[in-house]
Design a protein around this ligand. Structure first.
Ligand SMILES: Nc1ncnc2c1ncn2[C@@H]1O[C@H](COP(=O)(O)OP(=O)(O)OP(=O)(O)O)[C@@H](O)[C@H]1O
Ligand SMILES: Cc1cn([C@H]2C[C@H](O)[C@@H](CO)O2)c(=O)[nH]c1=O
Ligand SMILES: [Zn+2]
Length: 188
C-alpha cells in the first residue's frame, strides 16, 4: 500500500484558500474517487453542512468539533479527505492527519496561518511541518490594492484571537499597510 500525501493551503482571509480546496475536491469527484470533507462546527458563517467559498462554490462537509471525529466517519475506502478552517481545531488534528496519510489517504486542508495579531495559528503551523506541499495564497490588499495581502486585519477591536466573521470584522492587507494601520508600530 502506498501512503497518502498531505497538501496544505494557507494564507490570509479572502486569499482563495477555500476556492482552491474545492478545486481539489473536483479533481477527485471527476475521477469518481471516494472522499469525505470536514469543517469545524464553529464556522457557521455561510452554511452548517457545506464548505462554502466567498464566491459561493460549495461542497458537502461533516461539521465536527474534535479531530477524532474524522476517524469515526472514515470507512477506509476513501482516496482523500478534505478539511477546511484547520486553524479552529486542536493540535491533535496533526496526529489524525498523520494517521490518514500513513494509511494511504490523501489529505488536503486549508486554513489561516496567522491571526489578526500576526501570531501563528499553532495547529496550522504544526500541520505545515508534515506537509508534502504548502500552497501559500495572497489576497488583494484592501488598503493599497496590491496583490500582496498576507495578513488579516481586524477592523473592530474586541479582543479574542478566535472570532468568527467576515467583511464585518476583517480585511486582508499587505505588511506595509498592516504597519500603517497599526500606527507605525511595526512589531509587537
Ligand atoms: N481582498 C480580496 N482579495 C482577493 N479576493 C477577494 C478579496 N475580497 C474578496 N475576494 C473574493 O474572495 C474569493 C476567495 O474566497 P475564499 O472563500 O476562497 O477565500 P478564503 O481564503 O478561503 O477566505 P476565508 O479565510 O475568509 O474563508 C476571491 O476569489 C474573490 O472573489
Ligand atoms: C484573522 C482571524 C480570523 N478568524 C476567523 C474569521 C473567519 O470566521 C475565519 C477565517 O475564515 O477565521 C479568527 O477567528 N481569528 C483571526 O485572527
Ligand atoms: Zn497594502
Amino acid at each position: 500500500m502506498k501512503t497518502g500525501k498531505l497538501v496544505v493551503i494557507v494564507g490570509p482571509m479572502y486569499s482563495g484558500k477555500t476556492s482552491e480546496l474545492i478545486q481539489f475536491v473536483e479533481i477527485y469527484s471527476l475521477g469518481k474517487k471516494k472522499f469525505k470533507a470536514f469543517k469545524p462546527v464553529i464556522d457557521d458563517r455561510y452554511d452548517d453542512t457545506h464548505i462554502v467559498s466567498h464566491t459561493n462554490t460549495k461542497v458537502k462537509a461533516f461539521p465536527i468539533t474534535n479531530p477524532e471525529e474524522i476517524k469515526n466517519k472514515i470507512s477506509g475506502d476513501e482516496s482523500a479527505v478534505f478539511i477546511d478552517e484547520i486553524q479552529f481545531f486542536s493540535e491533535n488534528l496533526a496526529e489524525v492527519i498523520q494517521e490518514l496519510i500513513f494509511n494511504g489517504i490523501d489529505v488536503y486542508c486549508s486554513g489561516l496561518d496567522l491571526t489578526y495579531k500576526n501570531n501563528p495559528f499553532k495547529t496550522t503551523s504544526l500541520i505545515m511541518s508534515y506537509a508534502d506541499e504548502v500552497i501559500k495564497k495572497k489576497a488583494v490588499c484592501h488598503e493599497c490594492g496590491e496583490y500582496a495581502g498576507t495578513i488579516s486585519y481586524k477592523i473592530v477591536e474586541n479582543g479574542g484571537e478566535i472570532d468568527v466573521g467576515g467583511f464585518d470584522k476583517y480585511i486582508a492587507v499587505c505588511r506595509n499597510c498592516y504597519v500603517k494601520l497599526k500606527g507605525g508600530n511595526s512589531y509587537e
